[in-house]
Design a protein around this ligand. Structure first.
Ligand code: GMT
Length: 396
């Protein structure tokens, strides 16, 4: 493969670093890696496990599962150091042009270390470092005093920084004191969806609620407190008020036991289904009447976009960047974060007015295709990589 210095439009060698857990940042990173490989770039993905979206695909991404070795002196095995070593190994063997870290911690730290080591070997060959901020790496974890100085340092040290929404870019600038004058500006590149895979035609025959009466709402998340799934169960109970309707909860995480208990308490056992973690998302999203999201903070809401792409309208709280994805009154209905009555009224409106839900679902699909289709957004990342590579080699 020729280097970008000899062919500025040629294929790039890209290292993507991400979390392998069920969660938006790992999904975006895996889908991006697969899309980049599909158009001819050489893509390496570094993580301590194979991310589920990569595992289900035959795409030509070179997976490096770096786990490190346990040692009695370590409290826990430092995967991030093993990942850094794996990146360096690949770079020394075949050369990497770009390291793309998804979620600031610890991946931007690994990218920074690998870039520093590569610069010590040969500054002209060292990869450039792009960091994509996803959400809680800025709003909760990265901003915690125990990590904030390092988060700020790696963001400022990146060759380019992107955020998945304007809202998150604003939060980053405010919390970490970035100024376009002294540091690279945070570029907003919204998340994307594969509109062919997440399609309104995704099979409905085996949907878990196909044997039940009444319309169905679906929610997908990792059940962390920020998703407020118990709040969702309460809002659902209020929205249906004893009428026949169903709630399907997909995913797993810390708040799932509390949700199960609440469902029992509210007598909703026949109406709420816990499916756990699933890969067959289009088949679960497309037949639903409405997708629900009740987060207290949400930088983008990838699962809402995937539902929209399936032609399913969204009822959500107006948290963070959600309003950049869901247009109130057009592709769904939004309410204030603590307005349980408002959320329940919106949910009730779309569950029990099929014509309104259908119209909003059609709008949602159209907006997903027009604004968030995979190909166009992936091109923006490639343009950013090329822009970063066109800059002179840094002196230090
Ligand atoms: O930041 C997180 O909470 C983790 C991350 C993930 O890996 O699930 O989610 C964030 O990144 C997604 C992909 O960019 C966004 O769609 C989610 O809105 C965002 N989550 C939050 O902001 C809570």
């Amino acid at each position: 493969m020729t280097s970008p210095s000899t062919n500025p439009d040629g294929p790039l060698r890209i290292g993507v670093i991400c979390h392998p857990t069920y969660g938006g940042s790992g999904v975006v990173a895996s889908e991006l890696a697969l899309s980049l490989a599909e158009v001819g770039h050489e893509v390496h993905l570094f993580s301590h496990e194979v991310p589920p979206r990569l595992a289900r695909s035959p795409g030509r991404v070179l997976m490096h599962r770096a786990q490190g070795v346990p040692y009695p002196l370590f409290h826990s095995t430092p995967h991030d150091l093993a990942i850094t070593s794996a990146i360096l190994d690949v770079h020394r063997a075949s050369g990497l042009d770009i390291l793309h870290a998804h979620y600031a911690l610890p991946h931007a730290v690994s990218a920074y270390l690998a870039r520093s080591a590569a610069r010590a070997d040969d500054p002209a060959r060292a990869p450039r470092m792009v960091t994509t901020l996803h959400g809680t790496d800025i709003t909760l974890v990265g901003n915690d005093p125990s990590y904030a100085p390092l988060t700020q340092f790696v963001i400022r040290s990146s060759d380019a920084v992107t955020a998945v929404s304007h809202w998150l870019a604003g939060e980053t600038a405010e919390k970490f004191g970035l100024s376009a004058r002294t540091h690279c500006a945070v570029e907003v590149i919204h998340n994307f969806v594969d509109t062919e895979w997440f399609s309104p035609n995704a099979g409905a025959s085996r949907h878990p609620c196909s044997l039940r009466t009444g319309p169905t709402a679906v929610h997908v998340s990792n059940f962390r407190p920020v998703k407020r799934t118990p709040w969702l169960v309460r809002a659902f109970a209020k929205a249906v008020g004893g009428r026949a309707a169903n709630l399907v909860l997909v995913g797993d995480g810390p708040d799932q036991p509390a949700c199960r208990e609440l469902v029992r308490e509210l007598g909703l056992n026949d109406r709420v289904t816990f499916l756990g973690e699933r890969d067959a998302l289009p088949e679960l999203l497309a037949p639903a009447c409405v997708f629900v999201l009740t987060s207290s903070s949400e930088s983008f809401g990838l699962s809402a976009l995937e539902a929209m792409s399936c032609g399913t309208p969204v009822v959500a709280t107006r948290a963070g960047g959600v309003a950049e994805v869901v247009e109130h009154g057009v592709s769904g209905l939004l309410s204030d974060i603590d307005d349980l009555d408002g959320f329940a009224a919106n949910l009730s409106a779309l569950l029990f007015d099929r014509d309104r839900a259908r119209t909003m679902g059609e709008n949602a699909r159209r907006q997903a295709v027009e604004r968030f289709a995979r190909e166009r957004i992936v091109e923006r990342y490639v343009a950013l990589y090329r822009c970063v590579l066109a800059r002179p080699v840094p002196v230090s």
